[in-house]
Design a protein around this ligand. Structure first.
Ligand code: DWN
Ligand code: SAH
Length: 407
């Protein structure tokens, strides 16, 4: 839905960057589907009043999250470890009462909740994409296949009672009806309960020119400033912030009902830092746009030069982010032969918009290319560790965040 007004405060806002027509980032498709591919205008805007960076238009949630959703959280071992550690913090710090109850939205294949299910802690996952929800269920994780909102929060309270912890990772920034979510959490959380969620952090996106975080699913690009503004309206206060290295730089926000906890110093410090970085003023976004356009031109030139030398380039990891990069930079199959990806549902299909074949990792390993274009740059450590043989055989990595370079 197109929104010219801020989804949080209603203030009139203006776009600062347009990517043109884009497909759904996770709509990997067959050749037969090429002719009627859905596209929408990908534009980002920011609100000077509350600091919320957001998309102008976003496809409906049902177009993006359904029974054929292509992203399965447990494809990264590092992320499995990350969520184990996340769950340990919740257990140690916040589950101190008797028979606690946890709700997680966007629980996907159960990557986080399995750590609670294993300890027989009462839990509920809310996951609208049926195929990934089924994986969680088959692993014994209690999951309902619905979109979370205020009404569902009331139904959950009726059936299970109130929650001690409400968790989400890389989900809150996907949901346009944010006030229904925040009110739902207000209703669902016990007085001394906590909301803990993490999402890619606006400060990192700007600093690293990580423009590929901008795609249909990510309607919001949060900062501590915008998060505290949204949830304050629903009586929820930001009490802790904790920077994470996951997904190229994320922020974990902890909130509680006002008066139940005392916000720590880190919250004030981050709010002050965001002010000094001027994340609420247009200059930052105009400079970002300039750097993004430079990065696009450099990546296209580099790939064209490599092609003219008769060398092979293969994409590594058919991430959602790669859909923005390939479409925005005009990277077609003549520049990138195929994209190697470990997710079975993506293999044998083509990348959205640019129609680059997506093939299994076996194909990559059988005949190494000269260059691998690292679309999964956020998993660089994990991937480089796995691909030592590729590097040893003379293969080179191309990265584009924070800048275009051959490694
Ligand atoms: O916010 C979101 C994050 C959490 O996950 C969602 N909107 C969708 C998704 O974004 P993404 O697709 O950019 O996620 P990743 O985790 O950067 O990439 C996952 C893809 O990378 C999968 O298709 C699997 C692939 N991959 C691979 O082929 N080899 C991943 C690793 C670690 C590998 O070694
Ligand atoms: N938490 C996982 C998955 C993130 S992908 C991780 O960090 O890896 C985003 C997930 O949010 C998808 O599985 C999608 O189906 C889910 N989602 C989208 N809108 C939602 C909503 N309104 N309520 C609950 N989950 C939602």
């Amino acid at each position: 839905m197109i929104m010219n007004n801020c989804r949080n405060c209603g203030n009139e806002i203006h776009p600062f960057m347009s990517f043109g027509k884009m497909p759904i980032a996770n709509a990997f498709l067959t050749q037969k589907q090429f002719s009627d591919e859905y596209k929408f205008e990908l534009q980002v805007q920011f609100c000077e009043k509350c600091g919320l960076v957001q998309l102008l238009d976003q496809p409906t949630p049902e177009k993006m999250f359904h029974e054929n959703y292509a992203f399965f959280s447990s494809t990264s071992n590092r992320m499995i470890t990350h969520f184990k550690k996340f769950s340990e913090i919740v257990k140690d710090k916040y589950l101190i009462g008797k028979d606690p109850f946890i709700v997680e939205i966007g629980s996907n294949d159960g990557i986080m909740l399995k750590n609670f299910a294993e300890d027989k802690i009462r839990h509920l996952g809310v996951e609208p994409s049926l195929n990934v929800a089924e994986v969680a269920r088959s692993n014994g994780i209690n999951t309902i296949c619905k979109f979370f909102d205020e009404n569902l929060a009331k139904e959950i309270v009726n059936e299970y009672g109130k929650a001690d912890s409400f968790l989400s990772a890389n989900v809150m920034c996907h949901i346009p009806f944010i006030h229904s979510i925040a009110e739902g959490i207000n209703i669902l959380l016990k007085f001394d309960g906590v909301l803990i969620f993490e999402d890619p952090y606006l400060g990192d996106i700007i600093e690293k020119t990580a423009y590929d975080q901008i795609y249909d699913e990510h309607v919001f690009y949060f900062s501590a400033t915008s998060v505290s503004s949204i949830f304050k309206i629903h009586g929820l206060e930001l009490i802790d912030v904790d920077h994470q290295n996951t997904h190229g730089g994320s922020m974990r926000y902890t909130l509680s009902h006002k008066g139940s906890y005392v916000p720590n110093m880190k919250v004030r410090e981050l709010l002050d830092k965001e002010k000094s970085l001027k994340l609420h003023l247009p200059d930052v976004y105009n400079e970002f746009r300039f750097r993004v356009e430079k990065s696009r031109d450099e990546l296209f030139s580099l790939l064209s030069k490599i092609k003219s030398e008769g060398k092979r380039v293969v994409g590594y990891a058919a991430t959602s982010k790669s859909t923005t990069v390939t479409n925005f930079c005009n990277i077609t199959p003549d520049l990138v032969e195929f994209i190697s990806d470990t997710t079975p549902i993506k293999q044998g299909k083509f990348s959205p918009g640019t129609h680059i074949p997506v093939l299994s990792h076996d194909v990559f390993a059988k005949h190494y290319p000269d260059y691998a274009l690292l679309f999964g740059w956020n998993h660089a450590e994990e991937i480089m560790e796995k691909e030592k043989e590729f590097s040893a055989s003379g293969g080179k990595w191309i990265i584009y965040v924070p800048s275009v370079q051959i490694m």
